[in-house]
Write a protein that binds this ligand. Structure first.
Ligand code: UGA
Length: 429
């Protein structure tokens, strides 16, 4: 099939590359000339394991193309995917301006029969608006069906999540669109949920909010474990063995971050409020999440007393490992609070330092993970990169002023750290 993607963020670029790899002809439309020129050469704007290779392979095979113009690649497309960003507005709603704007540009260029499908996360009701815009802007004679096909990939494992998803959700306007989208997804082996727009849109928000809720629950259990002297990791392992609960997304830490959970939880609270339902359960999910960030600073005070003038080394800045993404990373709030308390920060991240420098311009950045320990009074692990798990404690010991570690991702075995001569504070243990 011939497919066009509007947007080349995580969702757009990864799904475009995977569909090209499955043998389709795929065009990707962007709006920044420099980024499109780079993409044509296989230079991608994000760090995602395996993506650069997959993009290059499919460019070379002539199946993946990049362009700035809608008019060349909309008329020939069987399916057009909208995969542009929907950031939070100041009121917590999703900002739909780009989605609605590209809908009009797509509409004007439609020719023959086309399915337009939204992959962007949009609140229930948006797809009806997009459908209306397409119907109003399309030329006479063009036929369009509409669908919501939400995406569930995670950063850091985006390609394998797309190739092996838990399910494919298709909320189509009619059976013709449904059939075409089922055919397009046929090589991907996963159960398919066929439904209407509203349901498909809500599945996406309900899934992300439930995962965020699971994390906040694990964090609340971790807090309680600290107060009771219990081991949260054992408690969570114990409950996760119950198939009805499941063991995934139960790792306590500095709170969830990234471009999805914080934004989508906020948006679902707002969607509920707009429909006269107070989703206070999710408000508490948010409260626990921000409390976890403040808690790291409390632990730093507990370890060091006064923070003013103390040197703190930070291992990890990205909101999770295997990405360079700093959007809503817990590191931003935590480092800002530490700096406000007068601490001197030196940080290292294997991939995210470039992006971090724009949001945290005033801190020092180290050239490798060992240098953050030079003269440090405290080391705080904020992202669970594999490199940090295998760190040479002997080398760290030689460089630090005071041997103290806060491990917000529980990547170390406390007894080993203590045996090596450090004081250790984890989360929930
Ligand atoms: C999330 C969802 O997992 C995807 O299914 C969804 O498609 C995506 O949002 C989206 O809406 O686009 P992502 O934000 O890339 O994916 O990353 P996750 O692996 O879900 O992690 C989110 C945050 O939760 C990270 O800060 C991570 O460290 C934290 N987390 C995750 C925990 O604190 N504990 C856990 O047990 C799991």
């Amino acid at each position: 099939m011939t497919i066009t993607f509007i947007g080349h963020g995580y969702v757009g670029l990864v799904t475009a590359a995977v569909f090209a790899d499955l043998g389709n002809t795929v065009n990707v439309v962007g709006h920044t000339p420099e980024k499109i020129e780079n993409l044509k050469k296989g230079i991608i704007p994000i760090f995602e394991p395996g993506l650069s290779e997959l993009v290059k392979k499919n460019i070379d095979a002539g199946r993946l193309m990049f362009t700035l113009s809608f008019d060349k690649v909309i008329p020939e497309a069987d399916v057009v995917f909208i995969a542009v960003g929907t950031p939070s507005t100041t009121t917590g709603d999703a900002d739909l301006s780009t989605v609605l704007d590209v809908a009009e540009k797509i509409g004007k260029n439609l020719k023959g029969y086309t399915v337009v499908a939204t992959k962007s996360t949009v609140p229930a009701g948006t797809n009806k608006k997009v459908q209306r815009i397409l119907a109003e802007s399309k030329p006479k004679g063009a036929e369009v069906s509409y669908a919501s096909v939400p995406e569930f990939l995670r950063e850091g494992s985006a390609i394998s999540d797309t190739v092996n998803p838990d399910r494919i959700v298709i909320g189509a306007s009619d059976s013709r669109a449904q059939k075409l989208l089922i055919k397009l997804h046929e090589p991907i082996k996963a159960p398919v949920v066929l439904t209407n727009f509203e349901t498909a849109e809500l599945i996406k928000y309900a899934a992300n909010s439930f995962l965020a809720l699971k994390i906040s629950y694990a964090n609340a259990i971790a807090k309680l474990s600290e107060l009771l002297g219990a081991d949260a990791l054992k408690v969570l392992e114990g409950i996760g063995m119950d198939k009805r609960i499941g063991s995934l997304f139960l790792s306590p830490g500095p709170g969830y971050g990234g471009s999805c959970f914080p934004k989508d939880v906020k948006a679902l609270i707002t969607i509920a409020k707009d429909n006269d339902y107070a989703f206070s359960l999710l408000e508490e999910v948010e409260n626990i999440n921000s409390q976890m960030r403040r808690d790291v600073v409390k632990k730093a005070r507990k370890a060091l007393g006064e923070l003013r003038g103390k040197k703190i080394g930070i291992l990890g800045l990205a909101f999770k490992p295997n990405t360079d993404d700093m959007r809503d990373a817990p590191a931003i709030d935590i480092i800002t609070l530490l700096v406000n308390d007068g601490a001197q920060i030196c940080a290292f991240d294997p991939q995210a330092m470039g992006n971090a420098k724009t949001v945290l311009p005033k801190i020092e950045y180290a050239r490798d993970m060992y240098s953050v320990a030079d003269g440090a009074d405290l080391l705080i692990v904020l992202t669970d990169w594999n490199d940090f798990k295998e760190i040479d404690l002997g080398e760290i010991k030689k460089r630090m002023k005071t041997l103290s570690i806060i491990d917000t991702r529980n990547i170390y075995e406390p007894s080993e750290i203590v045996k090596a001569g450090f004081s250790y504070i984890g989360v929930g243990r």
